[in-house]
Ligand binder design. Structure first.
Ligand code: SF4
Length: 428
């Protein structure tokens, strides 16, 4: 029995080197034990070479980040079989498992980039996150490439990553942190020691080489990256990423992604359902009839549209054709969930005090459950991340109310809601 010892859970280079020695040494998968940490054991002398497909190497480089104890052995077995000339069918159970792990890693990497929040500690930015898989190092490289100007640290229970403006270092993990105050206090007490004991991470190539950079773990799937502090450039980066989104089928028929707009440090973030016909054509949210009605109501309630961030839960227009007319169709819960990453990005960057959820789709996107707008309208709801949410109707609802007294009554009620929003922001 051979014992392959890796230096860390993310020791991709160590796994590759051991795999090469073992394959060239003719060591069958069931004769290898893989562990992380401990005294290195001698592996067979590696002479000669062999090749497996780039696809398999790429898959292994992502799946190796999964929090699955048996991943090193299973991936070795896939390489062993491929090197022996076996064609791995698509329904091979090990291959399918590795693909499932890779998908989970990519999803987790994406989630980390969209949910990660930083807080300033002196000139440093500090973020804490507990990823489901070992995705910190690959994500840290992307963060360093995208946002090289300011030093930051990301700490997780497994390890920590530190960027000083020129080099990335990897250090020890930290205990689970519950809130910003505890994190700041913990950093004050241990930050210097962690930085001192950290070791160089992988070299970070210049941003312009990003697309040609090696595949994961050097480069996980690219998604929106969130700057921790209010930042117009982070919004621009997220907008650029969203422009090529194909997470659901709605991008097929729509003209373009309609991302949110407004100041990156807005105190209030308005969320609608999805762009309409005109928004889809123009590429800006709330510029059609519902947007014009909203503008009027905002003005009457004393809210300056230029000071708010306004977006939609779903960024592509969903419609059905009736002759030449494109008729709005409500997005499904799955489409709302798929598009949630972009709304999460906007929320994480803007960090508003208050989210105004206009209509059931917006409320569902943020509250994560079906919402009866008429029942929950007008209440301030505290969200798990500390932000407040306020449910009201979507302005397009007002357009559907029959003209006359009922429409006037509903419009006045909407203006009252917006007035309450303005007052609430002063209070939150
Ligand atoms: S609707 Fe959202 S998730 Fe779907 S493709 Fe468009 S941007 Fe992506």
């Amino acid at each position: 029995m051979f014992h392959a010892v890796l230096t860390s859970e993310t020791d991709w280079a160590g796994w590759r080197a051991a795999t090469r020695s073992l394959v060239l040494g003719g060591v069958e998968p069931n004769a290898v034990r893989w562990t992380v940490g401990g005294t290195p054991h001698l592996l067979p002398e590696a002479t000669g070479s062999f090749g497996v497909s780039r696809t398999l190497v790429s898959l292994a480089s992502v799946a190796v980040q999964a929090r699955e104890p048996e991943r090193f052995g299973l991936l070795y077995s896939l390489v062993w079989r491929a090197h022996a000339g076996e064609t791995l069918p698509d329904d091979d159970p090990d291959l399918r498992l590795a693909r499932r792990w890779a998908l989970a890693v990519r999803t987790d990497a994406h989630r980390m980039r969209t949910h990660l929040r930083f807080m300033p500690v002196g000139p440093h930015l500090l973020g804490w996150y507990a990823p489901a898989h070992y995705v910190l190092e690959a994500n840290a490289q992307l963060l360093a490439q995208r946002f090289p100007a300011r030093p930051w640290s990301v700490v997780t229970p497994d390890s920590s990553a530190h960027w000083d403006g020129t080099a990335l270092r990897i250090g020890a993990g930290v205990p689970r942190i519950e809130d910003d105050e505890t994190l700041a206090a913990w950093w004050d007490a241990h930050g210097d020691a962690i930085l001192c004991d950290s070791t160089p991470g992988v070299t970070v190539p210049p941003a312009e080489e990003l697309d040609e950079a090696p595949r994961p773990p050097d480069r996980p799937a690219i998604g929106p990256i969130v700057l921790p502090v209010a930042s117009a450039s982070a919004l621009a980066a997220a907008r650029t990423d969203a422009a090529s989104c194909e997470r659901c089928d709605l991008c097929d028929a729509a003209t373009q992604t309609v991302f949110g707009e407004g100041p990156a440090d807005a105190a209030v973030l308005f969320v609608g359902e999805q762009p309409g016909d005109q928004e889809d054509t123009i590429g800006r949210p709330f510029v059609g009839p519902a947007g014009q009605l909203l503008d009027r109501a905002l003005e009457e309630s004393g809210i300056d549209r230029r000071g708010i961030y306004i977006t939609n839960a779903v960024k592509h227009f969903k419609f059905t054709l009736r002759g030449k007319r494109r008729i709005h169709v409500s997005p499904s819960p799955e489409e709302i969930a798929a598009c949630g990453v972009w709304l999460d990005s906007e929320r994480a960057i803007v960090r508003p005090k208050l989210l105004v959820l206009m209509g059931g789709s917006a409320a569902r996107a943020v509250l994560g459950r079906p919402v009866a707008v008429t029942r929950e309208r007008g209440q301030a709801i505290r969200l798990p991340d500390g932000q407040m949410a306020f449910v009201t109707v979507h302005p397009s609802y007002l357009l559907r109310v029959p003209e006359g007294e009922a429409q006037v009554r509903e419009y006045r009620a909407f203006v009252r809601d917006l007035t309450a929003v303005r007052e609430l922001v002063g209070m939150v």
